[in-house]
Design a binder for this molecule. Structure first.
Ligand SMILES: [Zn+2]
Ligand SMILES: [Zn+2]
Length: 236
């Protein structure tokens, strides 16, 4: 029991440190590259920090319980030896995880834009206007659970190698922060290229925070294109 509590606590701390380090890094970069970009947003940033730290516990507790169950009871379909499954599964599982997460996010996000749900839950996230590097985990606790419990559930269903899972989490963390940074760090040529037509960066998600009922995706623009909710990119 003690090991379980410690695991949940440790994972919460790891998620919180990860949040503060990655958001802090990109906030620092913002101050260097776009001085004054967050001027006057002190109150908003304090709110983003507060909600985000609560989200860290909501992400961290189940992750800690699962990590404990994985170590002690062999829970989940996470495997360590890359040769345990055909090697091609490693890159394929990376894409499958990102696509599944993106799909889950797109549809739950659209649901959260129904007026009643928006007022109760999703308004917290949209109080980030314009978003900052601290807003990546700025969620109402119910939204944090909806967003944060998906990957912990997926590891029970779809096999994934531990290193590939770590890669998914790194991509999730960095894209979450950079897409909220409020300015575009990628060159125009890339953002407006064919790849940019399918990938989400700050230019795409900033427009969601400006206009609300469009650009709902997380990593890819596929669902937005298919459902005609893509309103292009802004150049913040
Ligand atoms: Zn957002
Ligand atoms: Zn939204």
């Amino acid at each position: 029991m003690m090991a379980l509590i410690l695991s949940a606590l440790a994972m919460t701390i790891i998620v919180a440190v990860r949040y503060v380090m990655v958001s802090g890094l990109f906030a620092w970069l913002t101050a260097r590259v776009r001085p004054g970009h967050y001027a006057g947003l002190g109150r908003q940033i304090r709110m983003e920090l507060g909600w985000s730290l609560v989200s860290c516990a909501i992400y961290g507790l189940p992750a800690g319980i699962i990590a404990w169950g994985w170590q002690t009871h062999g829970w989940t379909m996470i495997y360590t030896n890359p040769g345990a499954l055909p090697l091609w599964w490693m890159p394929v599982s990376l894409v499958v995880y990102l696509a599944a997460h993106d799909t889950w996010f797109y549809w739950t996000h659209r649901w959260m834009h129904r007026p009643a749900v928006f007022r109760r839950i999703h308004a917290v996230h949209h109080a980030s206007r314009p978003p900052t590097a601290w807003a990546a985990m700025n969620f109402h606790p119910i939204e944090a659970a909806i967003v944060g419990l998906f990957i912990p559930a997926l590891v029970f269903v779809i096999p994934i190698q531990a290193g590939v899972l770590a890669t998914v989490l790194v991509i999730m963390t960095i894209m979450g922060v950079t897409n909220h940074m409020g300015w575009e760090m990628f060159p125009k040529g890339l953002v407006q290229s064919r790849a940019g037509h399918w990938l989400i960066t700050a230019s795409h998600h900033s427009r969601h925070h400006e206009q609300y009922r469009c650009n709902y995706g997380l990593y890819f623009r596929l669902w937005d294109h298919l459902c005609r909710t893509d309103r292009g990119i802004s150049t913040p």
